[in-house]
Every structure is written in C-alpha cells, then in structure tokens.
Design a protein around this ligand. Structure first.
Ligand code: 3PG
Length: 247
C-alpha cells in the first residue's frame, strides 16, 4: 500500500519580505503569502490530491497557510493537529537580524555555516531579547525542551518523535496527510525521507507556498526520490530565490 504526504511551506511572511531571520518569531503572512497559500490549495484541488488530515506548527504563518490552502481545496473541514515540533528552526541570536547585513558583517562562510550547515547552531538568543519566546504561553509545557537556538540536527531530533508518533500513524491509516510547516522543519523531513547526507542537505531549499507531494511505500520510503512539486517550474525558480537570500 502506498500513502500520500504533502509538504507545504507557509506563504511569504512579513519577515520573508523584509529579509529578516525569523525562526520562532510568530510573524504574519503578507498579502502575497496569502495568495501563495490559496494557489497551493488550488493546485491540490486541480491535481486531485486531497488531504484527509493536516498537521501544522504552532506558528501563525503555517496555521494560516494551511487554512487558506484547505479552504481553496474545499478541505477546510478536515481534522487538524498542531505541534511545536513542526515549528521553524529556532534561529537563536539571529532572530530579527537582516540576512544581507549578517552576510556582510560575518562573511560568506560563517553566514552559510549558520544558515545551512547540519550541526552548527547560531549563538543562543538571550531570554531577555525582544525576540525571545521564553514566557510565551503556547510553549509553557516545554521546560528543558525550549530551544534558545537550533541547527538542522537539533530540528531533526525534536521533530522525529512527532513524525513517528503522530504522522506515521495517520499515513498507516491510509490518510493523505498535509504538513504545513517551515523552510527548515520541512528540510528536516525531506532529509529523513530521502536519506540525504549531512553535507548534501545544505543545497536543498524549500520554496514558499508550493505543494511537494510524496508517494510513500509501506516502509515510508518515497517511490520517487525528492517527491514531486505540483508546479515544478515555479518551485525551482522560488527555491533558487530562497538559496540567494542575503545576496
Ligand atoms: O526563519 C527564517 O528566517 C526562514 O523562515 C528560513 O530562513 P532560511 O532559509 O534563511 O533558513
């Protein structure tokens, strides 16, 4: 039996538009981002890939993208589950910083280490920083799990328990599963699914608002490596733009 998984990065956010590192800061979608989410849902409807259940992070850009896409696909009524484990990578002390200025200040090598290396996190964010999530009620139960910074390796470590305990059972039950999440939490899932090496994952960028569809076999291995974007040309152009952020 094969199952279907749809990965959808949120549409353009206000801080994507301003080119700021965002991470766990809970910014809204722009008008363009809302349009991308609706278009994502239309693509799902046109392709007949209809989610039975949706999983999102606790961040409004993913929550609202899911709602807009599902409404456009006439699937606004499906069950929804949310977890902090699908949140964007916590960007540490870079949260709120301008990507271009960071590149200019620290240079290409350090910028890329922080942004795309597998296991080098940015410096931690101070709890007193205006962009800290310490004290945010939605994370009150996290205790020692509350990150102050994360690299992709950390994201995989906190995401996999949710993958195993919540997403795999939905796939096993024969559901078409939509995950509406973030650039780096989705990179973590793609790395896991496709068995991408720690080095090669640096070159993978996920565009905003473009549904990426995986058909998975009974061992949850993709039948087509890398999955399939429903609008491959637009996705390739948008992924290249993500890769070039800061330049
Ligand atoms: O958190 C952010 O800034 C973005 O959502 C992802 O940014 P990145 O592509 O620079 O990792």
């Amino acid at each position: 039996m094969t199952s279907t998984l749809i990965l959808l990065r949120h549409g353009e956010s206000e801080w994507n538009a301003k080119n700021l590192f965002t991470g766990w800061v809970d910014v809204a979608l722009t008008e363009k981002g809302r349009g991308e989410a609706v278009r994502g849902g239309e693509l799902l409807k046109e392709a007949g890939v209809l989610p039975d259940v949706v999983h999102t992070s606790l961040q409004r850009r993913a929550i609202n993208t899911a709602a807009l896409a599902l409404d456009a696909a006439d699937r606004h009524w499906i069950p929804v589950r949310r977890s902090w484990r699908l949140n964007e990578r916590h960007y540490g002390a870079l949260q709120g910083k301008d990507k271009k200025q960071t590149l200019e200040q620290y240079g290409e090598e350090q910028f890329m280490l922080w942004r795309r290396s597998f296991d080098v996190p940015p410096p931690p964010l101070d709890d007193a920083d205006e962009f800290s999530q310490v004290g945010d009620p939605r994370y009150a139960d996290l205790g020692a799990d509350m990150p102050r910074t994360e690299c992709l390796k950390d994201v995989i470590a906190r995401l996999l328990p949710y993958w195993e305990s919540a997403i795999i059972p939905d796939l096993q039950a024969g559901n078409t599963v939509l995950i509406a999440a973030h650039g780096n939490s989705l990179r973590a899932i793609v790395k896991h699914l496709d068995g991408i090496s720690d080095d090669d994952i640096a070159g993978l960028n996920i565009p905003t608002g473009m549904p990426l569809v995986y058909r998975l076999d009974e061992t949850f291995t993709p039948t087509v490596a890398g999955g399939e974007y429903l609008d491959p040309e637009a996705a390739a152009a948008a992924a290249a733009a993500v890769a070039n952020q800061g330049r």
